[in-house]
Design a protein around this ligand. Structure first.
Ligand code: HEC
Length: 161
């Protein structure tokens, strides 16, 4: 089995585990903060779907390059919007069911660095995809997965079940 394929499989497993989010978004209050958490949830779902589509394609013997390229653009665009998904006041509180850690707002420099890493890596992935460089896409998808994970490890509460 080629190394890239093994990596893609490992990444798929990591993402499946990371996607096991437990919080119940149906109980969010109808307030600006509640709406921000709901929008954030939907945006991350889209981000996850775009990245999954890319990885699913890369696992194939003949990946659909156009499909990867369009999802790479989607991923890059969503990532450029990511900072706006975290307005002040949308952090954890008794009435707000969110996995976002309070440190997102207290360690804003650290959070900005995690966002920047993600933006840089997803931008590179988009460039490899536009160039039709499958080897580059494989390597870079792994780097993007690392950027997702780095931020989740630091700024997202792990799923409880
Ligand atoms: C800069 C930080 C950061 C980066 C980068 C990041 N995430 Fe997240 N992600 C979060 C935080 C914080 C949450 C929790 C949001 C909440 O519960 O309000 C989250 C939640 C999620 C969720 C669960 C959404 C839900 O509410 O059910 C998915 C899926 C997800 N991220 C996928 C990804 C993928 C895929 C990537 C990389 C392509 C990524 N994330 C990159 C910070 C990040």
């Amino acid at each position: 089995m080629p190394t890239t394929r093994i990596l893609a499989i490992a990444l798929g497993v990591a993402l499946t585990a990371g996607g096991a989010i437990a919080h119940d978004i149906s109980k969010l209050p109808n307030t600006p903060a509640g709406k921000a958490v709901l929008a954030r949830h939907n945006n991350f779902k889209q981000q996850g779907a775009a990245f999954k589509a890319i990885n699913d394609e890369l696992k194939k013997d003949r990946p659909d390059e156009a499909l990867i390229a369009s999802n790479a653009i989607r991923l890059k665009t969503l990532t450029s919007q990511l900072p706006s998904w975290f307005p002040k006041g949308s952090g954890p509180s008794p009435r707000l069911n969110t996995d976002a850690k309070a440190t997102i707002w207290t360690d804003s420099a650290g959070f900005a660095a995690a966002v920047n890493r993600m933006q840089v890596e997803s931008s590179k992935l988009q460039q490899f995809a536009a160039a039709g460089d499958i080897g580059g896409m494989n390597r870079q998808a792994r780097a993007v997965g690392g950027a997702c994970k780095a931020c989740h490890d630091k700024f997202r509460t792990p799923a409880k079940d």
